[in-house]
Design a protein. Structure first.
Length: 202
C-alpha cells in the first residue's frame, strides 16, 4: 500500500467487480437511476444536518428525492428492468381502478431482476428501521418524513407484487442469480427462493 492510504490494486479490484456486475445487466443505466434517488434520500436523512441546520430544507429535499424515486420506479425502471407496470385510472363514477401489467416477453437478466427487487424492498426496510429509531428517540417531526417514505415505497411494492401472479418466482430468480454471482452455494440460493415465495404467498 502506498502512502496516504491509497491502494491501486484494491481500487482496481473494486472497479473490476463493479464492471463484472454491470456486464451481467442489460440495463445498467436504468439500474443506476433505480437506486440513485433512494440513496440520495437516505443520505440526506442521515447527513443533511451536517450540511444545513434548517429542518425544513432537509425535509423538503428528502421529499423531492422520494418523489423522484417513486416516479422513476413506477414509470421507468419496473417496465425496463423486469417488464412490469402498474397504474391507476379514475372511472366515470369517481372510483379508482388499479391496473397491473406484465410483459409476455422480458429480456431482463438475473442481475437486472435482482437489482430491481432488492432496490425495491431494501429501502423500505431501512426506512422502517429509521422509524423505530425515531419513535424511541421521540423525534416525531422526522417520523412524518419516514411515514411518507414508507407510503411511497409501499405503493410501489404492492403494485409490482400484484403485477404478476408469479412475482415470487421473478423475485426468487433474481435473488438466486444475485446469490450465484456473489458465490453463495445452491442450498442458500434455494432457501432464498423458498423464503421469497413464502413471504409473498404467491
Amino acid at each position: 500500500m502506498q502512502g496516504g492510504g491509497y491502494d491501486p490494486d484494491e481500487t482496481g479490484g473494486l472497479l473490476n467487480r463493479a464492471s463484472d456486475l454491470a456486464a451481467g445487466m442489460r440495463h445498467p443505466t436504468t439500474a443506476v437511476f433505480h437506486m440513485a434517488f433512494k440513496l440520495a434520500a437516505i443520505l440526506t436523512y442521515l447527513f443533511g444536518a451536517a450540511i444545513s441546520n434548517n429542518f425544513v430544507n432537509i425535509f423538503v429535499l428528502c421529499i423531492l428525492f422520494l418523489a423522484f424515486d417513486f416516479w422513476t420506479v413506477k414509470n421507468v425502471s419496473g417496465r425496463i428492468m423486469v417488464g412490469l407496470r402498474w397504474w391507476s385510472e379514475v372511472r366515470d363514477d369517481g372510483s379508482t381502478e388499479w391496473k397491473f401489467e406484465s410483459a409476455d416477453t422480458n429480456n431482463a437478466t438475473f442481475m437486472d431482476s435482482a437489482v430491481f427487487w432488492v432496490g425495491l424492498f431494501a429501502p423500505a426496510l431501512i426506512w422502517f428501521m429509521f422509524g423505530i429509531t425515531s419513535v424511541f428517540r421521540l423525534s416525531f417531526d422526522w417520523l412524518l418524513l419516514i411515514v411518507i417514505a414508507l407510503a411511497l415505497s409501499g405503493a410501489n411494492i404492492v403494485g409490482y407484487v400484484r403485477c404478476k401472479k408469479d412475482a415470487a418466482g421473478r423475485i426468487a430468480g433474481g435473488l438466486q442469480g444475485f446469490a450465484n454471482r456473489a458465490g453463495v452455494n445452491n442450498v442458500v440460493g434455494r432457501a432464498l427462493q423458498s423464503a421469497a415465495g413464502s413471504a409473498l404467498g404467491l
